[in-house]
Design a protein around this ligand. Structure first.
Ligand SMILES: Cc1cc2nc3c(=O)[nH]c(=O)nc-3n(C[C@H](O)[C@H](O)[C@H](O)COP(=O)(O)O)c2cc1C
Length: 333
């Protein structure tokens, strides 16, 4: 079915195609009989994972950035995801970078994006999350600072977002790894990261004890990763999401080398799996959500084998279609 729809979607400009998919999924989420049908036809099965006191109905989640403003999360839940991570949400609305800012690389099964956290802001997203909760799905909220907020005041943005979303989310993910907000990734430096996380965790503890995760960049050097893990362990976060997109252009043809932004999809797979393995070796007690280039069940199994407890998909949904979660869950041992 998706092999028929995909060529039509790929004739549209990528951001338009994405908006169309979101609009369809939002409609599905509003109509329970349609949701049941979608779930029956394409939904992923059960393969429970228990982590952080939460029950995930299966280990396959939706990665941040797909549903930034939480418009379609109820419809996405009908596809059977074990968890859905909305966001990145910023405190205030912001337009993001000028278009075009999302590019398909079909031959490589990859995307390049430099979205820059476009979004309607925390108030809007909180409204979308309030109200009925689809049963069985774990809801994560990924949080980030506004472009206009200097790094020196980043903690204020993250703390505000924790206050806002700890009461609504099952877990929070602190995004310090997007390559498309200038200077954001510098928040991953040892001292800066530990100070930021201590402030954010203190806020979390004052509001509601939801698990707090940190999403890392695959472009950290081994030394930088060691330092970042020291900060995560010292501050006492609950887990790590590995990885965000890469600024590397390995595995990408010449004419794409100069397109600015983060690369996702197949060319990222081995890099992010190696990164997960390194985290698991260095900090075996830290639960990992593995993400990056999962386009097949085998890609997901490789991440679980490397030490991830859960996985997420984004680019794989674009290329392999909405039954990817179902196929992954069916292949689990
Ligand atoms: C268009 C696009 C937008 C994204 N936006 C975000 C975001 O807002 N926050 C975030 O943490 N990650 C974001 N990501 C990164 C994904 O969550 C994921 O970490 C990355 O794409 C690697 O997974 P994949 O290869 O399965 O796509 C985005 C990725 C894409 C392709």
């Amino acid at each position: 079915m998706y092999s028929l729809v995909r060529p039509l979607l790929f004739r549209l400009e990528p951001e338009r195609a994405h908006a169309l998919a979101l609009a369809g999924l939002r409609a599905v989420g509003k109509l329970p009989p349609l949701c049941s049908l979608v779930c029956k036809l394409w939904g992923a099965g059960e393969h429970p994972v228990h982590l952080w006191g939460l029950r995930f109905r299966n280990p396959v989640g939706l990665a941040a950035g797909y549903d930034k403003d939480a418009l379609a999360w109820r419809g996405l839940a009908c596809l059977g995801f074990g968890h859905i991570e909305v966001g990145t949400v910023t405190p205030l609305p912001q337009p993001g970078n000028p278009r075009p800012r999302l590019f398909r690389l079909p031959a490589q099964q990859a995307l390049i994006n430099r979205m820059g956290f476009p979004g309607r802001g925390a108030d809007f997203v909180a409204q979308q999350l309030a109200g009925s909760r689809p049963s069985g799905v774990v809801l994560g909220v990924n949080i980030g600072k506004n472009k206009a907020t200097p790094n020196a005041r980043a903690a204020d943005d993250y703390r505000l977002l924790v206050r806002r979303f700890a009461p609504l989310a099952d877990y929070l993910a602190v995004n310090v790894s997007s390559p498309n907000t200038e200077g954001l990734r510098r928040l991953q430096a040892r001292r800066t990261l530990e100070d930021l996380l201590r402030a954010v965790l203190a806020e979390r503890d004052a509001v509601r004890q939801v698990p707090l995760l940190v999403k890392l960049s695959p472009d950290l050097s081994p030394q930088q990763l060691d330092d970042a893990l020291d900060a995560l362990l010292a501050a006492g976060v609950d887990g790590v999401i590995a990885t965000n997109t890469t600024v590397s252009r390995e595995g990408v043809p010449e004419h794409w080398q100069k397109e600015a932004g983060g690369l996702s999809g197949a060319p990222l797979a081995a890099r992010s799996t190696a990164f997960i393995r390194a985290i698991h070796t260095r900090a075996p007690s830290l639960p990992i959500i593995g993400v990056g280039g999962i386009l097949t069940p085998e890609d997901a199994l490789a991440k679980l084998e490397a030490g991830a407890s859960l996985v997420q998909v984004f680019t794989g949904l674009v290329y392999a279609g909405p039954t990817l979660p179902r196929r992954i869950v069916a292949a689990l041992p």
